[in-house]
Write a protein of this length. Structure first.
Lengths: 223, 223
DNA sequence: CGATCAATTTACAATTATTTTACAAAAGGG
DNA sequence: CCCTTTTGTAAAATAATTGTAAATTGATCG
């Protein structure tokens, strides 16, 4: 599948730029507007979006109003808003928004939530193809050159995260958060051990690169 | 690349000018007010700031009051204050300020703290572009003319500091503080050796200038 | 309860990174 | 110029990180 397209409506320069850059790194296609009206004008001409990130307070037309235009097309919305404005939260979620992020937020947190929203909307691939592997996220199975390879649950989850983020170095901390869901502090070699298992079982000694002091990267040259 | 915008509220002419000048050199965009009320009046019309430096004692409206206006927008605040006024410190930090500088302060110290605060608020660029390099601070990777160059962790950290402070000479002592985090006293050639590695690996013999008796400077004429 | 299997921790070996050393080369500074 | 100090850098020494087998812990199920 081609990459998911994300509509961004955000007037703050710094945040908009950061979003654009990070989503691009994460493999999304983005279109960014600093004005709600402009976003809508463009949207009526081209509504091929899979997800929208809308700042609530934005010039031209506010985020809630923008959402009304997206609704008929079933495009899920995640709102971005300045500090704990509980009213916006209520209005946004009851109005049909999928999720809600309070600024300033962690980019990784946003990426995780976007993943979840896209999965719920059935806009993610169920089968990933990386290197010589076919990873079935519904059956939790992996085939390598057509032959089934048996992975334990955590090994599988780790492989999925590496595959979804191929060619990108991921720190041990982030792997722990993404796969294990823990904000683990202190020392643990769990990640390393599981990486070792994947390397052994899938013969990925070369393809899973160690990034010293940081973490690991699954390399797939072809892209 | 657009720069981070900093709101400065400081009535002392000399300090205000110094801040404006130094931050501009360091690549920030600044707006400076000498009166708290004026700053707030302007802020309600344009709140596109990434950080605020607030003098506590300032005419019109004091720093704490100004902060209350910034809070809802999640704009981090660093207080500047005349003396070692412990009360202000307590009031400021408990009121939500990110950090606190006592005058007179080292400009480099302030720049360091600003960096930290911006990073915490997720408002720093993840990808730096300097000379022919693209430095990805999330993946800890460097591309030169599109080709990946492999750096060891400390080499990478050093490059980031040089890049963030390009065209500014940095002493060995400060490099040690910024990269290695140590207030190392005495003799060490560690910095020199790592500079040598960067020059070799990235062919920056010309661009990393030695500043005799002081330290080094990464030059990027284009700015 | 055990038996079984997955997950994590431990412990130590292997590898890689960092710092120091030592000397050569270059730069200042009379 | 010459002498002194500073800097460049290869290579040795030291330190830290990573790989991984094996032991331990935890969870599940009859």
């Amino acid at each position: 599948m081609s990459r998911n397209r994300v509509l961004i409506v955000e007037d703050e320069e710094a945040i908009g730029r950061l979003l654009t850059m990070n989503l691009k790194m994460a493999g999304y296609e983005t279109v960014w507007f600093q004005d709600g009206q402009e976003a809508v004008d463009s949207f009526v001409k081209d509504h091929r979006f899979d997800l929208a990130l809308l700042d609530v307070m934005v010039p031209g037309m506010d985020g809630f109003a923008v959402m009304e235009f997206l609704k008929p097309y079933g495009i899920p919305v995640i709102f971005l808003t300045a500090k704990d404005d509980i009213n916006s939260k209520v209005q946004g979620l009851s109005g049909g928004a999928e999720d809600y992020m309070v600024k300033p937020f962690e980019m990784l947190e946003l990426l995780l939530r976007m993943e979840k929203v896209l999965a719920r909307a059935n806009k993610t691939e169920d089968i990933l193809h990386v290197l010589n592997m076919e990873i079935n996220t519904i059956e939790h199975s992996v085939k390598q050159n057509g032959a089934e390879v048996s992975l334990k649950p955590m090994e599988f989850e780790l492989l999925v995260v590496l595959a979804k983020n191929k060619n990108r170095a991921i720190s041990r901390e982030n792997l722990l958060r993404m796969v294990w869901g823990t904000d683990y502090m202190g020392e643990t070699r769990t990640v390393d051990v599981h990486i070792g298992q994947l390397r052994k079982k899938l013969k990925l000694g070369e393809q899973i690169k160690t990034v010293s002091k940081l973490g690991y990267r699954l390399e797939d040259v072809e892209g």
